[in-house]
Ligand binder design. Structure first.
Ligand code: AMP
Length: 281
C-alpha cells in the first residue's frame, strides 16, 4: 500500500532519506478526486524521477467565500489506489490545521499575471494558490513539479513565481486531457446534470473554433473572441464569465496575434464554472 503522510514532518523525513540515497523527486500537487488528467501528470513524473510525491489537499485559502470549498468532491480511497497504480511513492494529505497553524499570516502574492482572466472573477484565488504551492515546495523540496495546461494561467503564474523567487525547481507543463467527446476532464464535471454535461460540450467546441481561426491565419483578437462569444451564446445553459486572448507569458490582453498567445475562457454551465483554453505559438 502507498504511504499516506498527513504530517509535514513525515514528508520531510522520507524526502531527506531519498535525497541522501541520491534519488530525484518529482511532485504533483492536486486537490484530489483524481482523474486521467491528474494521472497524466503522475505518469510523466514517474517517468522522469526516481520517486514521486502527490499532494491531495483542498486548499481553503484559494476558495472565495461563496465558492465550492465545502462541496468540492473528495475520495481518498480511490485517489490512493490511482496514485499507487500509476507508480507514485507517497501521498501528502494534510488537514488544513497542519498547513495553516494558529496565527498564520504569511502569503505569497503576485501582481500582473494574477490580475487578468480567472483573477478578475476569483480575487483571492491566486494568492491562495501561490501561498500553498510555495509551502508545498518547501515541504517536498522536489527536483521537478508537474502542472496541467488545463489551468494555463496557474501554470504561467507558478513558472513566474519560481523564477522571481529563485526556487530551484523545474516546472513541467502537461497537455490537457479530455473526455472522448472533447470536454476537458475536471473534478468539477461531477457537478453537472446529464443535460448540463451535454451543454458543457460547447466549451471544447468553441476552443476548436478558435484553433481553426488561429490556424487559418486570423490575426485580430476581437474577431476571434466575437465568433467564440456567438458560439457560446448559442447554448442556452451557458453563461460567459470571460473569453480572452492574452500574451502567453504575461497574461495581458493583446489586440493582435503577433506572439505566443493563450486563448482562455471561463463559462458557467448552470451553476458550475468550467474553464478551457488553447495555446497558439
Ligand atoms: P486540481 O486537482 O484541479 O487542483 O488539479 C491538479 C493538477 O492537475 C493541476 O496542475 C491541473 O492543471 C491538472 N489537471 C486537472 N485537470 C487536468 C486535465 N484535464 N488535463 C491535464 N491536467 C489537468
Amino acid at each position: 500500500m502507498i504511504t499516506i503522510a498527513t504530517k509535514v514532518k513525515e514528508v520531510r523525513e522520507q524526502v531527506k532519506a531519498w535525497k541522501k540515497a541520491g534519488l530525484t523527486v518529482g511532485f504533483v500537487p492536486t486537490m484530489g478526486y483524481l482523474h486521467e488528467g491528474h494521472q497524466s501528470l503522475i505518469k510523466r513524473a514517474v517517468e522522469e524521477n526516481d520517486k514521486v510525491v502527490v499532494s491531495i489537499f483542498v486548499n481553503p485559502m484559494q476558495f472565495g467565500p461563496t465558492e465550492d470549498l465545502d462541496s468540492y468532491p473528495r475520495d481518498l480511497e480511490k485517489d490512493s489506489a490511482l496514485c499507487e497504480a500509476t507508480g507514485a511513492n507517497l501521498i501528502f494529505h494534510p488537514e488544513p490545521e497542519e498547513m495553516y497553524t494558529d496565527g498564520f499570516c504569511s502569503y505569497v502574492d503576485m501582481s500582473v499575471l494574477t490580475e487578468e482572466l480567472c483573477g478578475l472573477s476569483r480575487p483571492v484565488h491566486f494568492r491562495g494558490v501561490c501561498t500553498v504551492v510555495s509551502k508545498l515546495f518547501h515541504i517536498v523540496t522536489p527536483d521537478r513539479a508537474y502542472f496541467g495546461q488545463k489551468d494555463a494561467q496557474q501554470l504561467a503564474i507558478i513558472k513566474r513565481m519560481v523564477l522571481d523567487l529563485n526556487m530551484d525547481i523545474e516546472i513541467v507543463g502537461c497537455p490537457i486531457v479530455r473526455e472522448a467527446d472533447g470536454l476537458a476532464k475536471s473534478s468539477r464535471n461531477t457537478y453537472l446534470s446529464p443535460e448540463e454535461r451535454k451543454a458543457a460540450l460547447i466549451l471544447s467546441q468553441t476552443i476548436q473554433l478558435a484553433e481553426q481561426l488561429l490556424q487559418s491565419g486570423e490575426k485580430d483578437a476581437a474577431t476571434i473572441i466575437s465568433q467564440m462569444t456567438k458560439k457560446i451564446e448559442s447554448e442556452p445553459l451557458a453563461r460567459i464569465d470571460y473569453i480572452k486572448i492574452v500574451d502567453a507569458m504575461t497574461m495581458q490582453q493583446i489586440p493582435t496575434i503577433d506572439r505566443p498567445i493563450l486563448c482562455a475562457m471561463a463559462v458557467y454551465i448552470g451553476k458550475t464554472r468550467l474553464i478551457d483554453n488553447t495555446m497558439f505559438e
